[in-house]
Design a protein around this ligand. Sequence first.
Ligand SMILES: Nc1ncnc2c1ncn2[C@@H]1O[C@@H]2COP(=O)(O)O[C@H]3[C@@H](O)[C@H](n4cnc5c(N)ncnc54)O[C@@H]3COP(=O)(O)O[C@H]2[C@H]1O
Ligand SMILES: Nc1ncnc2c1ncn2[C@@H]1O[C@@H]2COP(=O)(O)O[C@H]3[C@@H](O)[C@H](n4cnc5c(N)ncnc54)O[C@@H]3COP(=O)(O)O[C@H]2[C@H]1O
Lengths: 141, 141
Amino acid sequence: TQSKEMTEMVVEDLMIPAEKVAHVQMGNPLEHALLVLVKSGYSAVPVLDASFKLQGTIGKTIILNDILGLERFEMEKLSVTTVREVMNTDIPCLTKEDDFLKALKAVINHPFICVADSQGYFDGIVTRRSILKQLNKNLHA
Amino acid sequence: TQSKEMTEMVVEDLMIPAEKVAHVQMGNPLEHALLVLVKSGYSAVPVLDASFKLQGTIGKTIILNDILGLERFEMEKLSVTTVREVMNTDIPCLTKEDDFLKALKAVINHPFICVADSQGYFDGIVTRRSILKQLNKNLHA
Ligand SMILES: Nc1ncnc2c1ncn2[C@@H]1O[C@@H]2COP(=O)(O)O[C@H]3[C@@H](O)[C@H](n4cnc5c(N)ncnc54)O[C@@H]3COP(=O)(O)O[C@H]2[C@H]1O
Ligand SMILES: Nc1ncnc2c1ncn2[C@@H]1O[C@@H]2COP(=O)(O)O[C@H]3[C@@H](O)[C@H](n4cnc5c(N)ncnc54)O[C@@H]3COP(=O)(O)O[C@H]2[C@H]1O
């Protein structure tokens, strides 16, 4: 896609493909999700179901908010709560065929946007970094 | 700055001013920093010293990594470790007078960039969101 004009690009040209995206399963305990997030260093990752369909996202803030009690972080909640119970299900989504401008509008308010097909199978994510890199390249053309 | 051309904008036109930026002090215990990060919802915030000079940034990932032991998160470390000991001091920085293109290049690899004056006094932050909003507006002009 190096030779493609930025405005001719589609989401598929910009996205990180599913096999390179860290994710968790709906049924995982929060403890597992927090370990994935800390070890990968990511603020938030997609949540998939057993058939690899996109179900939502989960991040460090959602998990820490859930275990924050009146006086301390109640770490024992991490092993008895599942991702499904706290994940964010109200998330924007793109398809591989969506154009650059639609992806740009979507990342204004979200650090990354999930990409899924018409049946909901997870294809990957578009990050703010990938959009910003193209915009910077384009401004210098 | 509504009427200013994007390429004529400077960092001062784009930044969130210091008084609206959540921050922590170098001497704060990690417990305080984690509470500020969880309650504000931010992934990372600037670290200032007592004279309001910028010293670094700290985020949830840095704190959680520091307390992650072999088998569990050692929460007792939160009250005995200070922000100064774990904060990230190798951070890029802009000045209010820097131009739009310099700010765009800086946010490609960082969710936000701190703004400080020539003596190191903290002025605010430029976020990826503010850059993306201007780029989107400019592409539709
Ligand atoms: N291991 C690493 N190596 C190099 N740079 C790193 C990095 N981890 C984070 N960064 C930098 O920090 C930015 C913010 O990461 P964050 O984890 O908050 O937010 C990330 C994360 O929540 C998610 N993300 C990115 N790549 C991912 C992946 N492979 N798997 C799962 N989630 C990913 O998308 C958000 C936006 O990513 P984006 O690349 O725009 O922006 C990233 C990138 O510029
Ligand atoms: N309370 C809130 N209200 C509305 N939207 C919210 C929000 N908190 C987060 N967001 C959205 O999520 C993005 C990522 O936030 P994050 O906390 O990971 O990463 C943030 C955070 O680490 C820092 N940041 C932003 N505003 C801040 C502030 N007032 N004080 C301290 N740090 C701030 O700059 C990073 C990038 O911010 P950016 O605005 O580009 O991008 C934000 C924004 O689009």
